[in-house]
Design a protein around this ligand. Structure first.
Ligand SMILES: Nc1ncnc2c1ncn2[C@@H]1O[C@H](COP(=O)(O)OP(=O)(O)OP(=O)(O)O)[C@@H](O)[C@H]1O
Ligand SMILES: O=P(O)(O)OC[C@H]1O[C@H](OP(=O)(O)OP(=O)(O)O)[C@H](O)[C@@H]1O
Ligand SMILES: O=C(O)c1cccnc1
Ligand SMILES: [Mg+2]
Length: 564
């Protein structure tokens, strides 16, 4: 399916420059896109003279979405652009003044006037990485009042991005590498930002293209599309077609009556022994629509074949037009099925295409691209695979972009250290206890090249070394521990923002590189972590030293109960 051909419109570099200078994609991403309590806390920190206390926060999630054991991290570029451009305007400041209680001191407004992220540092896992619960995706360090003000916006930028990228990756996993995946969700997405974000992050997660024109413009994502039922049903009869001539592909001849040529082909099916009985009269208004589309796009002809009757009308009509094009040296692209039993209809369509290739000696006709759409999701892709089908490309909208199976990822932003003092957040629910300290995080790989475990250590602990045995402990379950001899050690958190400190930081890569990273990392995962049913949990652990410290702090902070 080549219509509206994938245009890698070379915008990637231009886009990056625009972003660096212009800030996040969505102009609503400003310091006011936050919860009120971030400003009330900032005021209270300021009032207590504590606003410049040095804080470290971790942004992480607690459980992989969709019942899986992997998550794709996305949204980092937008976070860094937000931080780089974090500055309150006078208008913002006067709005905050009105939003806070009237007894708040004016001095706070002067403080807000000078506020930016020049004293903030962000360490993050590279965007497009496969990540696991509890491991910080971002570690944000800086004056507590400023970092507190970043919380909601950073969570907003990471939560949906990572959820939908993971959803896309899961659809890719079920569809298989060889299939074309098209994101068709804009009309069903949760508002304009939902639509644009879905297109960007589904591309990272492994989709090939989008129908969303603005996403193509903004991010250089390949654009693809077919046509709708409205186009088909807008035609009444072939008599409507006024401009009937079509030049051959090589420009050497002109067919003055392309409509007639199509009709000749349709008649041939009726007389051919191979096709007799497969169809009677086809729908003439549909034939008119297909013929018109071919006249408009002779190089990119495809047809939505389910408006009237796929096998009795859509397919023979499509084939008649495709064969007429073939007479003039053009190669049709294929069909789209948007209703009915997609497995059955795709197999029958393929059978018809192959029969035509054989009967009329048109090489390649049997390989015509079959696209399917209509409420597709991971589950239906899996069912289609089990039944056997002949679909080459899937157009997926609603279930993909709305993340129908799971509404949110549940990333949180927790204080782990203040003025070099580690902090812990306790909970009755062990999975909600935060892991204290400014940490370093590593991915340890085993002999077979698979990642074995993600390991968190204290900041000043020596890093794990290749071929050296290291104890990895479950952060909360005493009995779960293992020695690991890594064959490769990769540090996960890298510096992406260093304020005005001059410290070296990572470049923000083009979207295509982020997508490549994602594809590569997903391929590297051990297959049992990836399976849809009861996947093996991927291990996330802490060093022995960090384990001891967590439990020391836990006992220190938790009040001892008294039984009466
Ligand atoms: N072979 C198949 N196996 C499993 N699910 C399928 C198969 N073929 C289609 N589906 C799914 O079944 C559902 C059919 O939905 P529905 O009955 O609403 O559509 P339809 O009647 O085919 O088309 P429409 O109402 O849009 O004309 C869709 O979610 C589709 O993705
Ligand atoms: O089904 P989705 O995964 O959301 O994919 C996008 C859908 O949008 C289009 O039609 P639309 O749904 O607007 O109308 P139709 O289904 O009635 O043809 C298209 O034909 C798909 O069916
Ligand atoms: O191009 C298409 O076929 C398309 C685009 C959006 C939604 N449904 C279909
Ligand atoms: Mg639909």
């Amino acid at each position: 399916m080549e219509s509206m051909e994938g245009r890698e419109n070379g915008l990637m570099d231009e886009r990056r420059c625009r972003l660096v200078n212009g800030g996040p994609t969505n102009p609503m991403v400003t310091p006011l896109l936050t919860d009120l309590y971030q400003y009330t806390m900032a005021y209270a920190y300021w009032k207590a003279g504590k606003h410049n206390d040095r804080a470290v926060f971790d942004l992480f999630f607690r459980k992989c979405p969709f019942g899986g054991e992997y998550t794709v991290f996305a949204g980092l570029e937008e976070c860094i652009m937000f931080i780089a451009n974090f500055k309150l305007t006078e208008e913002n400041i006067s709005f905050i003044r009105d939003a806070l209680p009237s007894n708040c001191e004016e001095g706070f407004l002067d403080y807000l006037r000078k506020l930016d992220c020049s004293d903030v540092e962000v360490y993050a896992v590279p965007e497009g990485s496969v990540v696991s619960p509890r491991v910080p995706l971002l570690r944000v360090e800086g004056p507590i009042a400023v970092v507190q003000l970043l919380e909601t916006t950073l969570l907003n930028l990471v939560n949906y991005a990572s959820l939908v990228a993971t959803n896309a990756a899961r659809h890719r996993f079920v569809a298989g590498k060889s299939k074309i995946l098209l994101e068709f969700g804009l009309r069903r997405a949760q508002g304009p930002d939902g639509g644009i974000s879905a297109s960007k992050y589904c591309y990272i997660g492994g989709f090939d293209a989008t129908s969303n024109v603005l996403a193509g413009r903004l991010f250089g994502i390949p654009l693809r599309g077919t046509h709708s039922h409205a186009f088909v049903s807008s035609f009444m009869s072939p008599d409507e077609i006024v401009y009937k001539s079509l030049q051959s592909f090589d420009g050497s001849t002109t067919c003055e009556d392309f409509v007639g040529l199509v009709q000749t082909w349709l008649n041939k099916f009726q007389w051919s022994s191979s096709f007799s009985g497969t169809h009677g009269e086809t729908n003439q208004s549909e034939l008119a629509a297909f013929t018109s589309y071919a006249l408009a796009f002779p190089n990119n002809f495809l047809a939505l074949v389910d408006t009237y009757d796929v096998l009795r009308s859509g397919i023979p009509n499509f084939c008649a037009v495709a064969l007429a094009l073939s007479d003039l040296g053009y190669k049709a692209v294929g069909i789209r099925l948007d209703s009915g039993d997609l497995a059955y209809l795709s197999c029958e369509s393929r059978r018809f295409f192959r029969a035509i290739e054989k009967e009329f000696k048109v090489p390649g006709f049997g390989k015509m691209c079959i696209t399917a759409s209509n409420d597709l999701n991971e589950e239906t892709l899996d069912h289609l695979n089990k039944q056997g089908h002949e679909i080459d490309a899937f157009g997926i909208g609603t279930y993909l972009v709305t993340c129908y199976v799971q509404a949110a990822l549940g990333c949180v932003f927790k204080l782990v250290e203040i003025n070099n003092q580690p902090r812990i957040k306790l909970s009755e629910d062990v999975s909600k206890v935060s892991i204290p300290c400014k940490k370093r995080c590593y991915r340890l790989y085993g002999k077979e090249g698979y990642p074995l475990v993600d390991l968190m250590t204290g900041e000043n602990e020596p890093p794990p070394k290749v071929a050296e045995r290291i104890l990895c402990r479950h952060p909360f379950n005493e009995s779960k521990r293992a020695y690991v001899v890594p064959q490769q050690v990769v540090e996960l958190l890298k510096c992406y923002w260093s304020g005005s400190s001059g410290k070296a930081r990572e470049e923000l890569p083009p979207l295509k590189d982020i997508r490549d990273r994602c594809m590569k990392q997903l391929e590297q995962m051990r297959p049992d972590h990836m399976r849809r049913l009861n996947p093996t949990p991927y291990k996330v652990s802490v060093s022995g030293k960090l384990y001891d410290f967590i439990h020391f702090l836990w006992l220190n902070e938790a009040p001892v109960g008294e039984l009466q």
